[in-house]
Structures are given as structure tokens and as C-alpha cells.
Design a protein around this ligand. Structure first.
Ligand SMILES: CC(C)(COP(=O)(O)OP(=O)(O)OC[C@H]1O[C@@H](n2cnc3c(N)ncnc32)[C@H](O)[C@@H]1OP(=O)(O)O)[C@@H](O)C(=O)NCCC(=O)NCCS
Length: 180
């Protein structure tokens, strides 16, 4: 199946496209406090339409080149989340990294679990990948629960793996083998 994917009534998952900058910037502004503990410290221009339009353009170009696939989760015309596949590596690895977030007011409904499942199928069927990896902070219970429900398995502990919220923090690594 190809996107857009219907997740729950009124909520769709589609690829990022040119023109998403305004809605992405609005989502980043709305969710700045919600996301800050789980993300790198963002630059002063992060939540601006220009910065987000540049992100969208980069993702469209990377999708065409086969190195990334960025999705937005949309309710009506409002972007309420993202799921982003980056660092696609081919050859004998056929692997990529997955990151995601959901609007603070949309959590608790299973939307991200459905989105991650749809993205994994897309990575298998459209990108031809063998594996997806995700890394969560050790204390990110909500994210670990999403991955467990979406068929990922815990594969390790990575000390001081990513600089999140200003400090190098340990992460738990997960993978899903995308069986064909
Ligand atoms: C991580 C994050 C996306 C998880 O959001 P979430 O809403 O908990 O995940 P889901 O959308 O899959 O919803 C699961 C919740 O809905 C509930 N739910 C209701 N209906 C459900 C259904 N049909 N299917 C699955 N879960 C359902 C689940 O019980 C669960 O609630 P609980 O945690 O109280 O048990 C969100 O917390 C977030 O954006 N955090 C900040 C950014 C972040 O951490 N990103 C990940 C970095 S690794």
C-alpha cells in the first residue's frame, strides 16, 4: 500500500510535501514544551515557517533520492505529528532510523502505534528495507510502549548515545525486522 494511510477516522498519515512549512511551524510552536525533554535543543528559528519549509524541501529531495521518508500525521488540515525515516543505508544492511512525535493533545488514542506500523510496512514494501531502528531515552516509557506494540524488539543499551535536551544521554535501542 502507498500513502496516504487512514489511521483512525479523520486522521491520515501522508508524506511531507512542499508547502508544509506553515503547518509544521505551528505544530512545533504548539508542542515546544511537550517535545523539549525528548529532542535536541532547537535553534532559535526552528519553529519558523521558513525553517520548516526548508526541512520539507530537504525531505522531499531525500525521498526522491531514496535516503529518507518523512511523514506527517494530519487531522483535517492540522499537522498533529510526524514520523521520519532517515539514514537509509542499502547494500547488505538495508536499514534506516525512525523518529516520531505526536501533538500533546492527541496522545493516548493509539495513533502513533498505528502510524509506526504503517511506516514500517512502507519501509518494507516501498523502500525495500530489511530493518528499522529506533532509539529512545531510557526513561521514555511512552515511546518504548509504542515500539513494543508496533513489533519492535529491544536490542541493546547505548551509553551517552545522543545529545538530548542539552546532555549526552543513554538510550535503549530497538529494531524491527521487516519480514517479507
Ligand atoms: C512517544 C509518543 C508519540 C507516544 O504517544 P502515545 O499517545 O502514548 O502513543 P499512541 O498514540 O500509540 O497511544 C498509546 C496510548 O493510547 C492508548 N490507546 C487507546 N486506544 C488504543 C489503540 N486502539 N491502540 C493502541 N493504544 C491505544 C494506549 O493504551 C496508550 O495509552 P497509555 O500510555 O495510557 O497506556 C508521545 O508520547 C510523544 O510524542 N512524546 C514526545 C516525543 C517523543 O518522545 N518521541 C519519541 C522519541 S524516541
Amino acid at each position: 500500500m502507498l500513502p496516504p494511510f487512514d489511521l483512525v477516522p479523520g486522521v491520515r498519515l501522508r508524506l511531507v510535501r512542499a508547502g508544509d512549512g506553515d503547518a509544521l511551524a505551528a505544530a512545533a510552536r504548539r508542542n515546544a514544551d511537550h517535545l523539549a525533554p525528548w529532542e535536541p535543543i532547537r535553534g532559535a528559528d526552528h519553529a519558523t515557517p521558513a525553517r520548516q519549509e526548508a526541512f520539507a524541501a530537504d525531505m522531499v529531495a531525500q525521498h526522491a533520492a531514496g535516503t529518507a521518508a518523512a511523514f506527517v500525521i494530519v487531522r483535517d488540515d492540522t499537522i498533529i505529528g510526524q514520523a521520519t525515516v532517515t539514514h537509509v543505508v542499502r547494500g547488505p544492511f538495508l536499514s534506516a532510523n525512525l523518529g516520531y512525535w505526536l501533538d500533546a493533545h492527541e496522545t493516548g488514542r493509539g495513533i502513533m502505534t498505528l502510524a509506526v506500523g504503517a511506516v514500517a510496512e512502507y519501509c518494507r514494501d516501498a523502500l525495500g528495507l530489511h530493518r528499522l531502528q529506533a532509539a529512545t531515552l531510557v526513561h521514555n516509557d511512552a515511546s518504548q510502549a509504542v515500539l513494543a506494540r508496533a513489533g519492535f524488539e529491544r536490542i541493546g543499551h547505548a551509553p551517552r548515545y545522543l545529545k538530548i535536551a542539552g546532555s549526552w544521554q543513554d538510550h535503549v535501542l530497538f529494531q524491527r525486522i521487516l519480514k517479507r
